[in-house]
Design a protein around this ligand. Structure first.
Ligand code: NAD
Length: 244
């Protein structure tokens, strides 16, 4: 994978950072995208220390103009995009009777529309080179549902339909599109969950432990590799057996 170019949205921290590092360790040059330029730049310099080229781009993936800028910056810096990892995601939890329109809209906009906007630009670039790997980060919650996460679970289930459709549209053009559905992964997104709920979740994981960001990153690297070229439209569950 040496010399390939990847865009990782939300690559500055958490799961996205682990994905960026894992790709860089395979020699992939990485464009780190995030809302916070400082965090994204810090990760980009970590990647440079690993020995690859890396730039940070500040963007809100829900905005068309920002997404256009991600791809313009990538193409002017590297001339191609081999891998897109749609990892940027947010939660705005609340029971549905209390969920505000803005909470619904923002989560759908970032998680689902952001994945659509970035994938559309990526496919355009990948068609020219007749090669590409798109990996969308969904969630176990998109399959099981979760109290307080109507917006989030709908966005993550929507990503599955989107993944399968883009996979079908470009299967004969060298582009594969797959999703990863992580279970409970320890990051800042999950730190705020109350201890009693965390313990309850732990009991429902057959492996008896929460996932690590590296557990997800390794799965991404596999799907992003040339060796995964006959796999498309699939969901790889990374959840310690929590959902089968
Ligand atoms: P995190 O909050 O630590 O990181 C999210 C990243 O996305 C941040 O870098 C942030 O800057 C970026 N981001 C947020 N909104 C953005 C926007 N509008 N435009 C561009 N970037 C934006 O979260 P995480 O736990 O690392 O989650 C990463 C992905 O994995 C998310 O899609 C999340 O839904 C998914 N996921 C996480 C878990 C878990 O247990 N942590 C489980 C299943 C799925």
């Amino acid at each position: 994978m040496k010399g390939q170019v990847a865009i990782v949205t939300g690559g500055g921290r958490g799961i996205g950072k682990a994905i960026s590092i894992a790709l860089a360790k395979r020699g992939v040059n990485v464009v780190v995208v995030g809302t916070n330029l400082e965090t994204a730049s810090e990760t980009a310099s970590n990647l440079q220390n690993i020995g690859v080229k890396s730039i940070a781009v500040q963007a809100d993936v829900a905005k068309h103009a920002d997404v256009k800028n991600i791809f313009d910056s990538t193409l002017s810096e590297f001339g191609k995009v081999d891998i897109l990892v749609n990892n940027a995601g947010i939660t705005r939890d609340s029971l549905i009777i209390r969920m505000k329109d803005e909470e619904w809209d923002r989560v759908i906009d970032v998680n689902l529309k952001g994945t659509f906007l970035c994938s559309r630009e990526a496919v355009k670039a990948m068609l020219k080179q007749k090669y590409g790997r798109i990996i969308n980060i969904s969630s176990i919650v998109g399959f099981m549902g979760n109290i307080g996460q109507a917006n989030y679970s709908a966005s993550k289930a929507g990503i599955i339909g989107l993944t399968k459709t883009i996979a079908k549209e470009y299967a004969n053009r060298g582009i594969t599109v797959n999703a990863i559905a992580p279970g409970f992964i320890t990051t800042s997104m999950t730190e705020s969950i109350p201890e009693n709920i965390k313990n309850e979740m732990l009991r429902s994981i057959p492996m008896g432990r929460f996932g690590t960001t590296d557990d997800v990153a390794h799965a991404v690297v596999f799907l992003a590799s040339p060796e995964a070229g006959y796999i498309t439209g699939q969901v790889l569950h990374v959840n310690g057996g929590m959902y089968m």
